[in-house]
Design a protein around this ligand. Structure first.
Ligand code: DC
Length: 232
């Protein structure tokens, strides 16, 4: 069956931490031969730079200045060390550094600043203007791409999201305390959903998908089917 999506289509995937946006977004992008951009990596890269340069997390203007100087870039490939993509910031490969507990704990503070968000959204919308892309984040369907051709809001239970994160960390040889992880994810959910600027919430026209009891392949197939116009 032919695709019903426009040639220069855009797909928005939003949802809370650990719902599977990155792995699913990559799978959808691969299936459709689209570009994939994980916008969370951009907020993480800025947070890492701020922490490593001693920029105060409550100094909105300094964070914006840092975002402008840093030329944060998310590139589709890089060394074969298990990375989903390569993140560059201020000329440095920060792909693994942006996953540190320190960045996890601070990224919701940095990403809550309206002027920081404006800076990031501008860069993301510019990238998506060429079409044929899948963007994953919290505000893609509501703010970055309000006219996206397909919007997905991906959710999963808190237990399942903590279990997935624990699994990822254990695979990288890190020691994990799953209940601490669950509390950290719940705290981040609350900050992301409760902030004044572009809070995490489904767009009115988003398809809600629950990945709790589904494999990555099943979720990817469901989204590709929606893109194909085979499912309502
Ligand atoms: O998806 P992630 O866990 O890597 O996202 C990191 C943080 O960045 C998350 O706590 C919220 C924020 N974020 C955001 O506010 N808007 C986006 N489009 C993407 C991420």
């Amino acid at each position: 069956m032919g695709r019903t999506m426009p040639v220069a289509a855009t797909i928005a995937i939003d949802g809370p931490a650990g719902a599977g946006k990155t792995v699913v977004g990559q799978g959808v992008a691969r299936a459709l031969e689209y570009l994939f951009l994980d916008t969370g990596a951009m907020y993480r890269a800025l947070t890492y730079l701020a922490l490593s340069r001693g920029v105060a997390l409550d100094d909105e203007a300094a964070l914006v200045a840092l975002a402008r100087q840093a030329s944060i870039d998310v590139l589709p490939d890089g060394p074969a060390d298990g990375r989903p993509y390569t993140v560059m910031a201020a000329g440095e490969d920060v792909t693994w550094q942006i996953r540190s507990p320190a960045v996890n704990d601070s990224v919701s503070i940095v990403s809550a600043w309206p002027a920081v968000r404006r800076e990031m959204v501008r860069a993301q919308a510019r990238l998506a203007s060429r079409g044929r892309c899948v963007l994953a984040g919290r505000d893609i369907g509501t703010v970055v791409l309000p006219n996206a051709d397909l919007k997905i809001f991906l959710v999963a239970s808190l237990e399942e999201r903590a279990r997935r994160r624990a699994h990822e960390l254990a695979a990288r040889g890190e020691v994990v305390d799953e209940s601490a992880l669950r509390a950290a994810i719940a705290a981040r959910d609350a900050l992301d959903s409760g902030r004044a600027a572009s809070p995490l919430k489904p767009a009115a026209d988003a398809h809600l998908l629950d990945s709790t009891c589904k494999t990555v392949e099943e979720v990817v197939a469901a989204i590709v089917a929606l893109a194909d116009g085979r499912a309502g």
